[in-house]
Design a protein around this ligand. Structure first.
Ligand code: YNC
Ligand code: MG
Length: 388
C-alpha cells in the first residue's frame, strides 16, 4: 500500500497487466493559473528555503546534509559523498531553475534538514521529445524520518515544476515504488582489490588469494586505442553529433544539444571526465566514453574514509569496439586512482561487462517517469539515459 504514490499520476501496480492503457501523459496539463501560487504546508517547526548553489555557504550546508544523511548501501558500510563541485555541476545545467533547488530549515535554528532538487531536461520517448524535470537528491535528515515529510517535498517540487509549464519528470531510486519504467542493475569493476576487500566492498573469491586477485584485475599502464585523448571544448559539435546519432536507437533517451554536451560532458576535474577517439586517417571523432566521479564515505573503517568510485556515463562506439573503449576508460580511471568503476546495464553495456571483469552488484536501480506511461517491460538496454 502506498498512501502517497497511489494519489499521483504514475503507473499503478493494479494496472500493470493492462495493455489497453495508452502510452503518453497520464493526465493533461492544468492551466498555469490553476497551479497553486503558495508553497505546500510544512509542519509548524519547519520552513521552505530556496538553496542558492552559487553561494559557497549554502552549497556547504547542502553538502553537509547529504554527506551525513543521503543514500547508504543495505549494510550501512558506505554513504554517497557527492562533492560540492559535483553538486554545483549537477544542479546548474543549461536553463536550470534556482527555485527547483528546495530545502527545508528548522525555523528556530535555520538548520537545513531536508532537500530535493529538479533540473530541466529534454527526454525523448520513442518519437516524442518531452520537457521533463530530473528529480534527485531527495533527502530527509535521519532524525526526521518516517514523518511523511518526503511526500510534502515531492509535492512542492512538483508545484514548482508545474509553474514552469513542465508536467513530466524522471527519477531513479533504489526502492520499489509505483511503478518502475525499467529496473537496472549496477555492475562493479574492481580497480583496487586490496582496498575494496579491506573495507568490505567485496570479498576474496573462493579459492583465491590476494595476489591472484590483484593479478586478475591488473590493467595496462596506458590506454591501447590509437587516437584516444581527453575531450576538449572544440570537440563539442562532433561529440554532440555522435551522441545524438547513437542515442536515437534507444526507446527512452536524453535529447542532447551542444549546450548540454558542453555542460554535461566537457571534463571537469573530479566531477566528470570524457575521452574520445579521433581516427588517424579521417581525423573524425568516431568513439566516445565518459564517467563521473562519485566517492562514497566509508563508515567505521579504521584505515580508510573514502572510496573513490567512477560511474560510467555515456559511451558511443562506432569504429572502436565498446569492449576496447570501456577498457581504455578503466585504464584512465585506474591512472586517476579510482578504487572501483561502476556501470549500469543500460544502453549496450550489458554485452561487455562480464568480459571486462565487472561483477553484478546486489541492489537494483529503478527508473521512474512521473505523469508519463510507457509500455511495460522496457528493458535496461532500451534506455539511453543515466541520472546522477
Ligand atoms: C524515494 N526514494 O514510498 P508511500 S532517490 C520517492 N523516492 O510513500 P516519509 C519515496 N518516494 O509509499 P522518509 C522514496 N523513498 O506511502 C520513500 N518514498 O506512497 C516514499 N533517505 O515518506 C514512500 N534518498 O517522509 C512513502 O519517509 C513516503 O522519512 C514516505 O523519507 C524518505 O532522490 C527519504 O534514499 C528517501 O532521506 C527522503 O528516507 C529518506 O523515510 C532519506 O515518511 C536517504 O515517501 C536518502 C535517499 C532518495 C534518493 C531520489 C529521487 C527522488 C524522486 C522523488 C519523486 C519525484 C516525483 C516527480 C516530481 C516532479 C513531478 C513533475 C512534474
Ligand atoms: Mg519524514
Amino acid at each position: 500500500h502506498h498512501r502517497f504514490w497511489e494519489t499521483q499520476p504514475v503507473g499503478q501496480f493494479k494496472d500493470l497487466g493492462d495493455t489497453s492503457l495508452p502510452e503518453g501523459p497520464i493526465e493533461p496539463p492544468s492551466l498555469l493559473s490553476d497551479v497553486k501560487s503558495e508553497p505546500c504546508n510544512l509542519p509548524a517547526p519547519y520552513e521552505w528555503t530556496t538553496c542558492d548553489m552559487d553561494d559557497e555557504r549554502t552549497c556547504t550546508e547542502v553538502y553537509n546534509l547529504l554527506s551525513l544523511n543521503y543514500v547508504e548501501d543495505d549494510e550501512n558500510l558506505f554513504r554517497f559523498n557527492y562533492s560540492t563541485e559535483f553538486l554545483r555541476w549537477a544542479l546548474r545545467p543549461p536553463g536550470y531553475f534556482k527555485a527547483w533547488h528546495i530545502g527545508v530549515r528548522v525555523k528556530a535554528t535555520k538548520k537545513l534538514v531536508a532537500f530535493i532538487t529538479g533540473v530541466p531536461a529534454r527526454i525523448r520517448v520513442r518519437e516524442d521529445v518531452v520537457r521533463m524535470a530530473e528529480v534527485n537528491f531527495l533527502c530527509v535528515h535521519k532524525k526526521l524520518r518516517s514523518k511523511r515529510l518526503a511526500p510534502v517535498m515531492i509535492k512542492e517540487v512538483t508545484r514548482r515544476v508545474h509553474l514552469e509549464n513542465i508536467w513530466q519528470a524522471v527519477y531513479t531510486a533504489g526502492v520499489v515504488l509505483p511503478t518502475p519504467t525499467t529496473t537496472c542493475r549496477y555492475w562493479h569493476r574492481t580497480l583496487n582489490p586490496k582496498k575494496l576487500i579491506d573495507v568490505g566492498f567485496s570479498r576474496l573469491g573462493a579459492r583465491m588469494t590476494m595476489s591472484r586477485t590483484i593479478r586478475l584485475y591488473k590493467l595496462p599502464e596506458s590506454t591501447v586505442t590509437p587516437g584516444f585523448r581527453k575531450m576538449e571544448l572544440r570537440d563539442v559539435p562532433a561529440v554532440t553529433r555522435l551522441l545524438r546519432q547513437y542515442l536515437s536507437q534507444f526507446v527512452v533517451a536524453l535529447d542532447f544539444d551542444e549546450n548540454d554536451v558542453e555542460h554535461w560532458l566537457l571534463p571537469l576535474e573530479n566531477v566528470v571526465d570524457s575521452y574520445l577517439i579521433v581516427s588517424p586517417e579521417t581525423h573524425e571523432v568516431t568513439d566516445f566514453c565518459s564517467f563521473y566521479s562519485l566517492p562514497a564515505s566509508i563508515l567505521n573503517n579504521p584505515n580508510y574514509s573514502v572510496l573513490k568510485a567512477a560511474y560510467s556515463f555515456y559511451n558511443v562506439s562506432t569504429k572502436t569496439p565498446l569492449l576496447q573503449l570501456m577498457n581504455d576508460a578503466l585504464i584512465v580511471a585506474k591512472q586517476q586512482d579510482y578504487d572501483v568503476f561502476n556501470a549500469l546495464d543500460v544502453m549496450h553495456n550489458e554485452a561487455v561487462l562480464k568480459e571486462l571483469k565487472f561483477g553484478p552488484g546486489d541492489g537494483h536501480l529503478h527508473y521512474y517517469l512521473y505523469n508519463y506511461r510507457v509500455r511495460n517491460g522496457l528493458k535496461p538496454s532500451e534506455l539511453g539515459l543515466v541520472l546522477l
